[in-house]
Design a protein around this ligand. Structure first.
Ligand SMILES: C[S@@+](CC[C@H](N)C(=O)[O-])C[C@H]1O[C@@H](n2cnc3c(N)ncnc32)[C@H](O)[C@@H]1O
Length: 196
């Protein structure tokens, strides 16, 4: 197994070559803003026939992905420390991902800060570039206003269709989700499929 599951980027302008990151070439799924990576580590352990990349901008959090993934011996998990939209636009080769997971992205609740939200009207084009045909976008948040925006941008985007989220995916909770749910705040979730 790799010494370090965090990808050491030789360049931030050259796209990654996903098959070189993992021992096995398998379908690739990406979590954007993976935080402490509890979801991704559990999901990668349950799905060893797929490869996973967690994208996270904070050093301490990507270090947790590394530690947890190594403890569980996950050869199918890697972390990249970088900004999520930049990763999709410049580092992930086109149509390389079978799924994007975006769970509890920073909600930027103040109206004047909403321009900082990751999921905005530009995001479906980035997601479509990243996804293979038939690829999935899985979304979760606690924030009703952000959830409405997510559904508006994907609901009106050409090529994406709303589908049900698999129960076996929903049963794996993220760190933030467990905290919100413990306070009685429910999870809002949606899934969109990238059409042919
Ligand atoms: C609210 S936390 C949710 C973490 C995790 N998805 C969960 O549900 O437990 C949001 C995470 O996304 C990261 N983040 C926020 N904006 C980001 C961006 N533009 N690029 C990469 N990471 C980002 C933050 O550092 C943080 O770890």
């Amino acid at each position: 197994m790799a010494e370090n599951l965090v990808v050491q980027l030789a360049s931030i302008v050259e796209p990654l070559k996903p098959p070189t990151l993992f021992p096995k070439t398998q379908p690739l799924e990406v979590e954007l803003g993976c935080g402490d990576a509890s979801f991704l580590v559990e999901y990668a352990e349950r799905n060893r026939g797929r490869n996973f990349v967690g994208v996270e901008r904070l050093l301490g959090r990507i270090a947790k992905l590394n530690r947890k993934g190594r403890v569980r011996g996950l050869a199918n998990l890697r972390g990249v420390r970088i900004e999520s939209a930049y990763f999709l636009q410049y580092l992930l080769p086109p149509h390389a991902a079978a799924a994007l997971h975006i769970y509890f992205p920073d909600p930027w609740p103040k109206k004047k800060h909403r321009k900082h939200r990751l999921i905005n009207e530009s995001f479906p084009a980035l997601a479509r570039q990243a996804l293979a045909a038939g690829g999935m976008v899985y979304l979760r948040t606690d924030d009703a206003d952000y959830f409405q925006q997510m559904n508006e941008v994907f609901g009106t985007a050409e090529f994406f269709e709303k589908v049900a989220t698999p129960a076996e995916l929903l049963e794996i909770k993220t760190d933030f989700e467990r905290e919100f749910n413990a306070q009685g705040i429910p999870t809002l979730s949606a899934a969109y499929r990238n059409g042919e």
